[in-house]
Design a protein. Structure first.
Length: 157
């Protein structure tokens, strides 16, 4: 059974748990890090020498670093909608995964996961951030809608 170490308040753990949920993987979640501690335990450091969450164990495979975990889970369990044999399609997904990270701060994580929360707009910096967030989210939504429409949609854009 898949095991996931990390605290649910960790942005990087939330990304992993989102994909675990999307893939409907049976798993065990083990609280680690933050108030739960355990990251400096020899057994944990044997899994991740950096002593950070998230970490997963899937059979004989142990993977750390959230993006490495996402790629591993998609390749191992998500063929089709989450992992393509086409390197161009994979590169497009990677671009969104890596490029969205700076915009998906802890404040706006719920918006990244589909909720309707936007970044705060209390000052000029917040207003600019909200504008960039909406613009970027619109591009991502168009990309997802287009990718669901089939391969020829990219030709039309």
């Amino acid at each position: 059974m898949l095991k996931v170490w990390g605290r649910r308040s960790s942005f990087n753990v939330q990304k992993v748990m989102w994909l675990v949920g999307e893939l409907e993987l049976v798993h065990e979640h083990i609280d680690a890090g933050g108030k739960f501690g355990g990251l400096d335990a020899p057994a944990f450091l044997a899994m991740n020498p950096h002593g950070r969450v998230p970490v997963i164990a899937d059979g004989d495979a142990t993977v750390w670093e959230s993006h490495a975990i996402l790629r591993y889970l998609a390749a191992r369990h998500g063929a089709g909608p989450f992992w393509s044999d086409d390197p161009v399609a994979r590169a497009r997904v990677d671009g969104w995964m890596i490029g969205r990270k700076p915009r998906c701060s802890r404040i706006s994580w719920s918006a990244c996961s589909g909720d309707s929360i936007e970044p705060p707009k209390t000052n000029e910096t917040g207003k600019r951030s909200a504008h960039r967030w909406r613009a970027s989210s619109g591009i991502l939504k168009n990309w997802i809608d287009c990718s669901r429409a089939g391969p020829f949609c990219w030709e039309r854009r």
